[in-house]
Design a protein around this ligand. Structure first.
Ligand SMILES: O=P(O)(O)OC[C@H]1O[C@H](O[C@H]2O[C@H](CO)[C@@H](O)[C@H](O)[C@H]2O)[C@H](O)[C@@H](O)[C@@H]1O
Length: 246
């Protein structure tokens, strides 16, 4: 573990015969934007993912905190496996979550009202919701206290910290849990897991890849269980593009 960029090497070249690739979305494939809807998806990204998936024999998946409906919209043209909502929902494999916890709509209503009262941004998600304080960082403490209280009152949901945001997601699901499920699929089985991500939400998955014969790639600065680091999403996309050409 370390605390700053520059102390970890860049990742080695991907091995299309042996590796399985798992990619976070925001902050990994795409630069962080002021609001969730403002992200810029490079026009060639879906095709890059499609080509790389083919090279890997189908062993490529997106693993994100975003709702699946958002991932599908942003990555239209890429048809491979995706895990959304921090491990709760999936495309291309059996959905990890069988039943939505009680109270989703009421929880979303309370969170939306809190965000409106505080002048914060509410993000409606298929399996929960998020309150973003990027425009008002001074209101972080209020936001944290409110989501903790919500999680206490809605026991099926857990607080998920994100970059300048707090989310509520179904309890018991995670990105590392998603990696375990994906790795059991025929296309991923017996391959070395390579996971790339930028945030605290990615750390369990980065550690999982390191512990299961593969490696993690941390995008950007900060402590990480990953052995390797790339500075920013552009470097990540360059690394993917070179893996396609190799
Ligand atoms: O697991 P990820 O794919 O990294 O998704 C995590 C959350 O990302 C999004 O929020 C973050 O990115 C936004 C756009 O760049 C940014 O405005 C926000 O401050 C970040 O927290 C997304 O909105 C969430 O739903 C995801 O769970």
């Amino acid at each position: 573990m370390d605390d700053f960029a520059g102390t970890k090497p860049a990742p080695p070249a991907l091995d299309p015969q042996k590796d399985a690739l798992f990619l976070d979305f925001d902050g990994c494939l795409l630069e962080i934007a002021p609001t969730p809807d403002a992200v810029q998806v490079p026009a060639d990204l879906p095709q890059l993912l499609t080509d790389l998936s083919e090279r890997l024999g189908g062993a490529l998946a997106i693993v994100s905190g975003r709702s699946l409906r958002e991932l599908t919209r942003f990555l239209a043209g890429y048809d491979g496996p995706m895990v959304g909502s921090h491990g709760a929902e999936a495309r291309g494999m059996t959905a990890p979550m069988e039943q939505m916890p009680d109270g989703l709509e009421a929880l979303q209503g309370e969170l939306a009202q809190f965000a409106s009262d505080q002048g914060l941004l509410y993000e409606d998600k298929s399996h929960g919701g998020a309150v973003h304080f990027r425009a008002h960082p001074e209101r972080q403490a209020q936001a944290e206290a409110f989501v903790q209280d919500l999680a206490h009152r809605y026991p099926g949901f857990a607080v998920q910290p994100a970059k300048m945001a707090y989310e509520l997601r179904p309890d018991g699901y995670s990105k590392d849990g998603a990696l375990a499920l994906l790795s059991a699929l025929p296309a991923f089985r017996d391959r070395a897991p390579v996971y790339a991500g930028d945030d605290t939400t990615d750390e369990p998955a980065l550690a999982w890849a390191e512990a299961h014969g593969g490696y993690g790639i941390k995008i950007g600065a900060g402590e990480s269980a990953a052995r390797f680091r790339l500075d920013a999403p552009q470097q990540m996309r360059d690394w993917l593009a070179s893996a396609r050409e190799d």
